[in-house]
Write a new protein. Sequence first.
Length: 222
Amino acid sequence: MVDRIPHNAPVLVIGLGRFGAATAGQLDRLDREVLAVDADAVLVQKWSERVTHAVQADARSIDALRQLGARDFSVAVVAVGSSIEASVLITANLVDLGIQQIWAKAISRSHGTILERIGANHVIYPEAEAGERTAHLVSGRMLDYIQFDDDFAIVKMHPPKPIRDLPLGQSQLRKKHHVTVVGVKSPGKPFTYATAETVVSTHDLVIVSGTTADIERFAGLV
């Protein structure tokens, strides 16, 4: 049985390009201990004072990873994406070192398939996911958008006309539109959980969950 990984476990981040640097920086802001590794001395120097540790090394070498103490980490992020060969080799090294959770960046579906087959637990497609998210937001009907693997999404939006000025329980959202209002934010107030008695006004924002297609149709109602 795989041991449960502590929520505050140190993280090994390999690659300090835009994605890797953003990941390492956010982890540091979340008070996670980070060992950032990159072959570029300039990037390592830039991030040396922004994360717990930053080291120049070639992670394509399993011996280099051993010397860094990589096997002591239970979580690693492979943020190398420009070179598929390097990404695959680094991921394979981490698998061989027994890292329990490996998150790896992919630049294409075929790249991601290879990463999964050699042992990456989670494959991330930052460019594709950002593009899909932007496509949903440019219409202006949605203010934020998160989609999950099974075509399920959670969206922040202005309330369409069919749910304004009446209790949500009377709007029959699930029956008519197959979506659920999860939360509501009134101007100057924090988000609150929605109930059947919640009345949504024109000036409110709502958090809605459902399939991507159902949410798109719901957001288009006027």
